[in-house]
Design a protein around this ligand. Structure first.
Ligand SMILES: [Zn+2]
Length: 81
């Protein structure tokens, strides 16, 4: 299980079924063969999904931050008055 810490956001370790699950592709992978995991990471579909997910996560983060930044600006302008 320890080796999976290398890819914490891409794979989910299912300890009950002793399987590794690609979060991106929603597909299970045999974790006993490391080459399977490495090959899977090079899979174009996986790479594309990862890129898309990163992009969405980035946009979500920006949306979360936006109101805070706006509020901060309000406070600053009020302090200056
Ligand atoms: Zn995948």
């Amino acid at each position: 299980m320890g080796r999976m810490k290398e890819f914490p956001n891409e794979f989910y370790c299912d300890t009950d079924h002793k399987q590794l699950f690609s979060v991106m592709c929603e597909k299970s992978i045999d974790p006993l063969r490391r080459s399977t995991v490495v090959d899977h990471m090079k899979n174009i579909k996986h790479v594309e999904k990862k890129a898309l997910k990163d992009k969405v996560a980035q946009l979500e983060r920006n949306e979360e931050l936006a109101p805070k930044i706006a509020r901060q600006t309000d406070i600053n302008s009020q302090l200056q008055m």
